[in-house]
Design a protein. Structure first.
Ligand SMILES: C[S@@+](CC[C@H](N)C(=O)[O-])C[C@H]1O[C@@H](n2cnc3c(N)ncnc32)[C@H](O)[C@@H]1O
Length: 245
């Protein structure tokens, strides 16, 4: 149990600017890949957020539902065309159950690491499997830990530079517990915003073990949504697990 964990905390700090922070991501490639993995659907997204992936999947004719911890993120989703019609349950995706069985459960953009402990992540994998039909898939997108990028347990990275926006990330690493505390500093002409996020990180092999504990097998691991090969140099992975029949 993680009694202090609040699944709404991240979203309540970022909801109004979230879409601006993800506009350079390869969303079209992600949607294309997810649509291929889903077949005829339906799809369940853990941490559906503002609907960056869910709304384009819906536009492709797939049924999509979500579990989301932050009412502020859900409000952003609801304000978009089509957003009113997406069934979203507010809750913690490591525990919350929704009705139905899905061909695909999606957990994108490192959000598995938003869960505060190994125990919560193991529960999340079990929850994903419980929502899948036999043969259904669980797609997880996450970064690959890189402790070498830290000096004395700290790092500062320049994430993006544009005329009207600069984003930095300051991070602190606690390797004993596999925790990373980060704050993104987003500077625009309208001011500076601090966007904190905590991660309980894991290497791909640990995630694979969580999948096996939940009755799923590794099907694919790519370096990105386009299917580039995953190598020792890959800093991110897109991994697909399949629920055993
Ligand atoms: C990085 S955003 C990703 C949003 C969306 N999936 C996307 O790809 O744009 C992570 C989302 O997961 C939500 N979230 C984080 N931890 C959660 C939890 N334990 N249960 C439910 N939602 C959670 C956050 O509120 C946020 O909306």
């Amino acid at each position: 149990m993680d009694p202090d964990f609040d699944p709404s905390a991240y979203g309540s700090r970022i909801a109004d600017v979230y879409d601006a922070t993800v506009r350079d991501l390869p969303t079209a490639a992600a949607v294309q890949r997810l649509a291929e993995l889903a077949g005829d659907g339906p799809v369940l997204e853990f941490g559906i957020g503002t609907g960056r992936l869910a709304l384009p999947l819906l536009q492709r004719g797939l049924r999509v539902a979500g579990i989301e911890g932050s009412p502020d993120m859900v409000a952003q989703l609801r304000a978009k065309p089509g957003g009113e019609g997406v069934p979203v349950t507010v809750g913690d995706f490591a525990r919350t159950r929704v009705e139905g069985r899905f061909t695909l459960v999606v957990l994108a953009l490192n959000t598995v690491f938003a869960l505060p402990s190994q125990e919560a992540q193991v529960r999340c994998f079990a929850n994903a499997a419980a929502h899948l039909r036999d043969g259904g898939r669980f797609a997880v997108e996450a970064w690959t830990p890189d402790p070498g990028a830290f000096r004395d347990g700290r790092s500062v990275r320049l994430l993006s530079v544009a005329e009207d926006e600069v984003v930095l990330e300051a991070a602190e690493l606690f390797p004993g517990e596999q925790l990373m505390r980060t704050t993104k500093v987003r500077m625009t002409p309208r001011g500076t915003r601090l966007l904190p996020a905590n991660h309980r990180y894991a290497w791909p092999a640990e995630l694979d073990l969580m999948a096996r504990l939940a009755g799923m097998e590794l099907e694919h691991r790519w370096a990105d949504w386009s299917g580039a090969p995953f190598t020792d140099a890959s800093r991110d992975h897109v991994t697909v697990y399949r629920r055993r029949a």
